[in-house]
Write a protein that binds this ligand. Sequence first.
Ligand code: NOJ
Ligand code: CA
Length: 723
Amino acid sequence: MKKAVFCVVMLAAALTAGAQKISSPNGKLNLIFSIDKGGCPTYTLTYGDKTVVAPSHLGYQLKMDDPNKKTDFEWNTPVAASDEIVRKADLMTGFATTSVETSSFDETWSPVWGEESSIRNHYNELLVHLNQAKNDRSMDIRFRLFDDGLGFRYEFPDQKNLTYFTIKEEKSEFAMTGNHTAWWIAGDYDTQEYEWQTTRLSEIRENMKNAIAPNSSQTPAGPTTVQTSLQMKTDDGLYINLHEAACINYATMHLTYDETNNSFVSHLTPDAAGDKGHIQTPSTSPWRTVIVGEQATDILASRITLNLNEPCKLEDTSWIHPTKYVGVWWEMITGAGTWSYTDDLNSVQLGVTDYTKTKPNGKHGANTKHVKDYIDFAAENGFDAVLVEGWNEGWEDWFGHQKDYVFDFVTPYPDFDVKEISEYAKSKGVKMIMHHETSSSTTNYERHLEDAYDFMNKWGYTSVKSGYVGDIVPYGEHHYSQPLNNHYLYCIKKAADHKIMVNAHEATRPTGICRTYPNWIGNESARGTEYESFGGNPVNHTTILPFTRSIGGPMDYTPGIFVMDLGTWAEGNTSKVRSTLARQLALYVTLYSPLQMAADIIEHYQEKMDAFQFIKDVPCDWDKSLYLEAEPGQYIVTARKAKGADEWFIGCTAAECGHTSNINLDFLTPGKTYTATIYADAKGTAWDNNPEGYVITTKKVTSKSTLKKLVAGAGGGFAISIK
Ligand code: NOJ
Ligand code: CA
């Protein structure tokens, strides 16, 4: 009761002084915009009678050069006083609303690939034109209110007094109303390959130390700074998700938790000079998003991130295809094979060494014979493509030295016959996936990019997995800074010119730009399956990713591991995959991606072809997705309809407590009989007990059937195909 009264008072306060209000199309979400006493733009977001974001400030601190340190043409004459600097650096206070515009938008569009074949983009909009008299500058803020959340961004019109500026910090605030439960990873300028933490907001600081596990490229941003997408749950059961959309020509945003005010404030990634953005007007910031749901499944169903991005800018998209692939990869990650050709490390240097004169180590994965086996396997089992890593010279010394010249992306090792492999793949109807490990030297990569893409075109490679392991060269740049975000998009656009699809690992986390450039078919940008070989992902990991990492776009998670005890075949590897085999199948459904790898080595699939049948059957492009049950950190059950076929696939991933489902199949076409094949954990199977135990059963089902008592063990799951 008290809470309700508080809300009314707060709204009344916010509605004074010319406040503006808009509602979402269904009326449940309400946004109030006002200018506070100091002239600071302020917004409040409510859902029914609940406050989602309490009154929160918006604006920027700009970086101004101190003119006292500068000189004009008549050497050594100061050009301005420092109070002027203070005034000019302020893009936060002293604003007045000059006019407002409201509008509505309702459109249904079809993505080139996706979780559904048509997406509704329906919102009410408020555009506020602001003037800052003390600096004679203008700034607009555009709010879009959807039924499932809010997006807002800053817009900087072309103007005399704000043409070029440097951001010291964006000051977008998200004031919370309670000590919510949050699923977060440590704020970092260079990596999101961290374990998800589940804590109360008040516990972020004390858990930050545990949250930062050693990793190759790492620059923690602060003791209470976390990354987005940040998932939260209030004590009265509301789910709130903070992220961003369309991060273009701008730094990636983290959120710093301010314990005194129980609010988050934006924290942009600095560039090598410590600046957080160089802007030239007219321009717009990325969208800041607040997704709101009464149920956890509402968050998974939200399309806000895509809807806030621009429509597709590529005229011809006929060459963009969702892709299921196998690859020469897991054997290197587990240590059973190598990327490098020789162990004779001291004598090797790219561009200098004649590799044919070095001693091969006998464990080089990317050799022609082995690659052809993978092409055969792909062709026999209906896979679209084969990825091969370690095919190019340079892997003997690629990491850790911040070298400016690492790989040239066009020179194969002597045992990788690119011509023979390409012709063989073509004859089998299989595409090859190129691998470009940039070693984070973006200068080197940009220097070679055109040649590298030409090389791909020449040999018929239609997609590339790129990677950014290690510290960035140019020195001091960060993986998430404005210049790097510009680099990633530059590669995407260049790739589109060459009709190449891109899956970038270790790049910043996505913000839905794949709507605009659908050749951006994937990113890693979180702990993927590779960490199962480096000690293991936490058991709840895959029950959190769809609420966090995947909000911005698909992840190349590379599931499908069938042998959990890696030491049984990769000598010296002591890791055990923290999952059951049935859950590995389920991930093809619960973790959406248009790019799905069957990541294990082919021998392991050949031993269990009955379970492998699910991976052969499951598509990676969908007409419809239904999020049946979910609780972050506990379980997710998702059903998806294959694109253009009356076939459904269901997956369940469960954490330590396991999960039991009864699934009503009323989404099937009425009057039709289907065969459901259920791949479930065997009795007693859990991630740490007989994890490879599975049972396959089949049943005839109709839209009137309910699949009862489907049991996922601890760290387990189930996968179902309905055809
Ligand atoms: C890290 C990537 O995530 C992994 O998939 C890749 O194999 C290695 N870097 C080498 O590029
Ligand atoms: Ca990685």
